[in-house]
Design a binder for this molecule. Structure first.
Ligand code: GTP
Ligand code: MG
Length: 597
């Protein structure tokens, strides 16, 4: 009988016997652990209230059992000599008393030192509470980097295919320096569903292809299925899953992108059935944002949206293993890979939320000051690539990046400008919208988009040359509704008319109220637009507070005539009025005004 290692002094004979019996277990190929072994370890650990560790080789044989912490155990040489870019071929499974499974620094240090296949901790309080694991995920500056996963349930943990995982890791280690290695372009297959809705599947997939290219992958094909309802388990039908599986092998596809948001279960099932990374439109858009975010706040907002998107999708092997190689869906803003450990994700989410809240307070104060100066603010909104930044540049020489790319602008830029009559305004360029924008993203960007919500007037820029411009407009209205800005006064600016041949189409566009057709690039009708902005602002009402002295009651009567009076309060200094009135009248009654709302 092989012996039990570690600090055995004072252990009861029965416990030593039980520990020795752990040598009897064998684990089937590819499996991390059996439920029986996990239970047997839990029972002993609960009695002992100390760490116990079991070391298992790739043939599933228990090669060492030890009591005490994982550092103190001498290990047998692993099967044969193994090169440095190989793992040891041994996995370490050990218990943590107290129920918390989070890997300690000592655990991680011995994982690196011993090059374990995986390092697993079972959090034990009476029974198994949770499981965490770590594995080597590359090397950088002569040291291994480690990825941790968890907390998982026993069932989730047992779903992990250890053979697949170790193969992936060893492939990664063969590449000399992962950090500087430029990954080859990912090959993407796009999948959509055709149904009776606003967006025809072909158009939607064309846009998805554009997004995929923007994210840096190559589109090798797209395929769709006609269905009125999506399948709860696989989104598409099982037959289609089979078909995709064949296409995937044929074309060497390494990422499959679905055109609509998949549920966490659908995504998991598809990855298991197809054996390849599966993402959806939301994850793709988040990835583009992660690559493009520049400002500190923008980066935080994107990371927050990504973490919130990923959180319910962790568990079992799906997301973790298929993301090991990097690429779309793994990139955070900045240099780092996205976290896959639930506990660390939660901690990071709460840190980011706090920081964003702080930044928001800052911005709020900033805006307060701006409002106190009573300069009307206008926001450019519209579908991505409509020409918002180009228009801002044309109107203000802002020098903002305008590109024929989706989501060229992420951070809002505000410029001060003078209208022809001399009035000053502030004009803000904002992030573009798109159909099926991930709601996590809208939530995270709510702070930035507050510029839109607070604006006195919106300029809705539409790419008039786009065949789907009407559907794009509807998508914009929908996001505005989500932001609570759909009732704002709006000028619709049909842009790029230099690319529209049909007079009839332009005429039809202009039938809409407060609309104008321009070309930001050629400068057509820009002066007309300026005049229109001026007139609209003049007519636009603003909410203000006034104090009317009691001996000027005539003013009060006049106010009831020309403004919407929202509330009236009588105080010692006079009558406090909260009313909404036009710019022109604001000027006329300026001496009574005490501040904006
Ligand atoms: N022909 C033509 N092209 C235009 C016009 N306005 C903008 N563009 C082009 O349209 C593309 C997108 O312009 P942007 O100003 O970056 O669009 P945006 O709305 O800011 O886009 P995002 O920031 O990505 O949401 C660029 O290639 C511009 O040169 C126009 O009036 N006519
Ligand atoms: Mg832009």
């Amino acid at each position: 009988m092989p012996e039990v290692y570690g600090e055995k002094n004072g252990l009861k004979k029965i416990i030593i016997d039980n520990l020795e019996q752990l040598y009897e277990f064998t684990i089937p190929f590819g499996q991390t652990i059996t439920a029986e072994l996990a239970q047997a370890m839990a029972v002993i650990a609960a009695q002992l209230n100390r760490e116990i560790a079991v070391y298992i080789n790739r043939r599933g044989k228990v090669v060492r059992v030890a009591v005490g912490n994982t550092k103190t155990v001498p290990l047998p040489a692993a099967d044969g000599r193994r090169a440095l870019n190989r793992l040891s071929g041994i996995r370490c499974i050990h218990t943590h008393p107290g129920g918390d499974s989070q890997l300690s620094n000592v655990d991680i240090a011995s994982l690196k030192k011993m090059r374990f296949d995986i390092m697993v901790a079972l959090g034990i309080r009476e029974d198994i509470q949770e499981i965490s694991l770590g594995f080597i995920a590359g090397h950088k500056d002569n040291s291994y980097t480690v990825q941790t996963v968890g907390p998982l349930t026993l069932t989730e943990f047992m779903q992990i295919d250890l053979n697949y995982l170790t193969n992936q890791i060893e492939r990664l280690l063969e590449v000399n320096d992962i950090a500087t290695n430029v990954a080859p372009k990912e090959k993407a297959l796009l999948v959509g569903i055709e149904r009776q809705e606003e967006w025809e599947v072909g158009e939607s997939l064309r846009e998805l292809a554009q997004l995929t290219q923007t994210a840096g992958a190559e589109v090798v094909g797209s395929i769709w299925q006609k269905r009125s309802r999506t399948d709860a388990a696989f989104y598409i039908g099982r037959g289609k899953v089979q078909e995709i599986s064949l296409i995937r092998q044929e074309l060497g596809v390494n990422i499959i992108i679905f055109d609509e948001e998949l549920s966490p279960a659908q995504q998991r099932n598809l990855e298991q059935a197809l054996g390849v990374k599966v993402i959806d439109r939301s994850a793709l858009i988040l990835d583009i944002f992660a690559q493009r975010a520049r400002s500190h706040e923008g980066k935080l907002q994107v990371e927050l949206a990504q973490l919130k998107y990923n959180l319910p999708r962790l568990g079992g092997q799906g997301l973790v293993l298929s993301r090991l190689g990097g690429g779309i869906g793994t990139r955070g803003p900045g240099e780092t890979k996205l976290e896959v450990d639930r506990r660390r994700i939660r901690a990071r989410i709460s840190d980011i939320e706090k920081e964003i809240e702080n930044l928001k307070t800052h911005r709020y104060l900033h805006r307060e000051r701006r409002q106190a100066s009573k300069i009307p603010t206008l926001a450019l909104v519209g579908y991505t690539n409509a020409g918002k930044s180009s228009l801002l540049n044309k109107l203000t020489d802002a020098g903002v990046l305008a590109e024929n790319k989706l989501f060229a602008t992420l951070d809002p830029t505000t410029r001060r400008m003078k209208l022809p009559g001399g009035k000053e305004i502030l004009l803000t360029d904002t992030v573009g919208f798109i159909q099926k924008l991930p709601h996590q993203l809208i939530a995270a960007f709510r702070g930035t988009l507050e510029e839109v919500v607070q604006a006195d007037l919106l300029l809705h820029v539409v790419d008039a040359s786009h065949p789907q411009y009407e559907k794009q407009m509807l998508a914009v209205y929908q996001v505005l509704r989500e932001l609570g800005a759909d009732t704002k006064q709006t000028i619709t600016v049909f842009n790029k008319i230099d690319k529209v041949d049909s007079e009839y189409i332009i005429e039809r566009m202009l039938r809409q109220a407060s609309a104008i057709a321009v070309s930001a690039v050629e400068g057509t009708n820009i002066n007309k637009l300026l005049t229109m902005m001026e007139d609209t602002i003049k007519a636009a009402n603003i909410d203000i507070r006034l104090v009317i002295p009691y001996d000027e009651s005539g003013v009060m009567a006049k106010l009831y005539d020309i403004a919407a009076v929202n509330s009236v309060e009588y105080s010692a200094e006079g009558i406090h009025v909260f009313a909404s009135l036009s710019q022109e009248y604001v000027e006329r009654y300026r001496k009574y005004v005490i501040g904006d709302e």
